[in-house]
Design a binder for this molecule. Sequence first.
Ligand code: NAD
Length: 308
Amino acid sequence: KAHQPSMAPSLHAWDSPNGAPTPMPKRLEGKVAIVTGGARGIGEAIVRLFVKHGAKVVIADIDDAAGEALAAALGPHVGFVRCDVSVEEDVERAVERAVARYGRLDVLCNNAGVLGRQTRAAKSILSFDAGEFDRVLRVNALGAALGMKHAALAMTQRRAGSIISVASVAGVLGGLGPHAYTASKHAIVGLTKNAACELGAHGIRVNCISPFGVATPMLINAWRQGHDASTADDADADIDLDIAVPSDQEVEKMEEVVRGLATLKGATLRPRDIAEAALFLASDDSRYISGHNLVVDGGVTTSRNLIG
Ligand code: NAD
């Protein structure tokens, strides 16, 4: 019997009737987004993907050189504003700039974060430094809360918006990072739920993403220090001041370690994989999702590999 063409609707709306692929729709057309920590790593991947999907994006970062270079490379729909997310005036100014330049704010991606010191002393509850604890909480937790506050103030006027924060699997499980980092990421998951409850009445969705093991400068630097006997016990070594570009070999090695922990065969988590989750939460495809923590970890947290 001759094959009859199916009358069922195509699985992909962007497939043309004769099966030839047509360009994928832009999922953020006309939207304006701020991405904090957007100058490199996961944030950079989010900026690039949002722009590809038609958004106008403001990069808010403390790294002027990298942020300005990325904005210049991506064209007129991308701007840079220097912003330390732990400073309220900076966050307020970033939101004002986005609205002044592009007319509105639809999406805030609270991605900026720091891991904090990785020395043994710094990682122990018996010897951690209170000043360092405060610093990490201010950037990761207070920074996310300030972003929510000022983005929501701008979004309530239009009664719509999506706020996405990058937490971590260290916001879900214990034993994965220094205490301050773990506390700050658990704080983001809690803040997300609370803010979602309050802001839903204004049409604003609030979600977070919890990645694991993406070979960015943050993770490579932490891994470097952990493997370097000369710094592992040095209470003064500060990983955040020592940001070097990871070598290809280091990235490959890190990815191999993560693949070994993932339950999903061959999972190699890259910044783009986290950006895809952010795109989903930013777009109207997730219009009824709020208060959710989307874990992107290759199935690591479903197994006992991490604690076994
Ligand atoms: P990264 O260190 O490579 O990049 C972080 C970016 O944030 C940099 O551009 C940096 O300049 C910026 N930044 C730092 N402090 C800031 C501040 N006070 N104000 C504004 N910008 C600031 O890190 P990454 O791996 O790309 O991490 C991005 C986010 O993802 C972080 O919140 C991190 O905790 C989270 N995360 C990363 C991983 C991973 O495996 N890489 C896993 C879980 C969660």
